[in-house]
Design a protein around this ligand. Structure first.
Ligand SMILES: [Zn+2]
Length: 114
């Protein structure tokens, strides 16, 4: 298991994307070699849970977005012959839900300074 984070080195201020592995000894800067002990297991676990939750929110958001796209097509194709209120509501509702979960799924980015 690994947690994707942004790591900023306090020596050379380089920021790089890295993955913190459970059981990994230290965090090392690829530019200058400065190293710090890895975060404690408890913290890594918290980050991992937060990342998984965000990923789940992202997936829910995509699914809702897909439903709203289908709803939109139904809305436009049935416009001529039927009452389209239901499809309009489905489209707007799922689009809003997708928006909310999309925001929830992308709020936190973890930055580790070492
Ligand atoms: Zn560095």
């Amino acid at each position: 298991m690994s947690v994707p984070v942004k790591a900023t080195c306090s020596e050379c201020l380089t920021t790089h994307l890295t993955k913190l592995e459970f059981g990994q000894e230290d965090i090392r800067c690829p530019a200058c070699g400065h190293a710090m002990k890895n975060l404690p297991e408890g913290e890594l676990n918290e980050l991992d849970i937060a990342c998984k939750k965000q990923k789940m929110n992202g997936i829910i958001s995509l699914v809702c977005f897909a439903i709203s796209v289908v709803g939109m097509f139904q809305w436009s194709f049935t416009m001529v012959k039927d009452d389209t209120t239901v499809w309009m509501i489905v489209t707007i509702l799922f689009f809003l839900v997708a928006l909310v979960f999309g925001v929830l799924g992308s709020t936190k980015r973890f930055i580790v300074e070492f």
